[in-house]
Design a protein around this ligand. Sequence first.
Ligand SMILES: Nc1nc2c([nH]c(=O)n2[C@@H]2O[C@H](COP(=O)(O)OP(=O)(O)OP(=O)(O)O)[C@@H](O)[C@H]2O)c(=O)[nH]1
Length: 363
Amino acid sequence: MATSLPLAPDAPAPQDADPLAPPPFAPLRTERLTIRPLRPEDAADLHRLVNDWEVAKTLARVPFPYPRDLADEWIASTRMQMAAGHAWHLAITGLEQAGTPEEREVLVGCIGLTRDAGKREAELGYWVGRRFWGHGVGPEAAGRVVSWAFANIDVDRLVASALVDNERSQKLLGRIGFRETGDGVRDFVARGGPMPVKLFEMTRADLPAPAPSATPPAAPALADGPADAPGKKILLVAACALIDGDGRVLLARRPEGKPLAGLWEFPGGKVHAGETPEAALIRELKEELAIDVAESCLAPFAFASHGYEKFHLLMPLYLCRRWTGAVTAVEGQALAWVRPQKLADYAMPPADKPLVALLRDFL
Ligand SMILES: Nc1nc2c([nH]c(=O)n2[C@@H]2O[C@H](COP(=O)(O)OP(=O)(O)OP(=O)(O)O)[C@@H](O)[C@H]2O)c(=O)[nH]1
């Protein structure tokens, strides 16, 4: 178990919610688990599981014995922090058949992320109740939360720590993509003082690669060369800066499961075999945003040419001020209409950086 999950109330959450804070938390599901906000009625189960020396001794901020009232207070504080986009401390639950034909939801443990907005990073912490150990609950929950975090909260880095003698937790962190970065010392309330810990971190690039999508192949004219051709495959992607009546630009957030998930980008997508870039863009804008755009309303503006690790991106960027239909997030992606001067507040793929500078000067 990592050491950092606070089970004592934190300082009050900041009053002003961050404009980039994510929408209300929708429960995350894995094969066996549901990860959801803590509820007041979880307090008794939470207290029973964490008021266990074997669990409490691995957690930095948990007193032992753990007073029953603290469970109520802590759950209330987690709800405020989550509403402010400051921290997400969540219940890990599963279904159990308790001697009856009916399955019931049981609390298995807790998992949390605490954001450091200034550093664009968050700290991961978790614990699992002793009777659920040995079933892979920790990696299943933590892997899911980590993937959610990069796609939904404004972080570029996650950090975690584990006691030097807690090899189980160190292994878990390694399994989900964390890298060890060194040694540190942290105060452990239940142990009465400082203890040595191993420090870990991960970035978006450490996430396991998403499964390949089943979309048609990219345009072959650019992609195909002799099988042994040197250099990377060139990927042709068409993208568009939609500009509304107030001069704001539409950005869409890349959803969980895609490479670079969580970064903001110009709507668009890969040019398929046999398509022109304009036709690809018209198709993508319909599929992703439910709008109709005429080819004559797409004005070529600039292009990005950027070497990613596995391919070289060639991306024409068009401007579009006229379309029909209401812009709708068809795939549930987050959308933001952004003033040109504010574009730099949104983390975007590296290929987009020169385009953003050009757009800001032009608009
Ligand atoms: N649409 C779009 N893609 C961008 C931008 N910047 C950038 O690097 N890309 C890259 O271009 C590629 C576009 O691929 P994609 O996966 O979005 O294309 P798609 O919509 O056809 O997706 P799919 O193959 O999952 O259906 C990705 O590698 C993406 O990271 C941008 O501003 N807009």
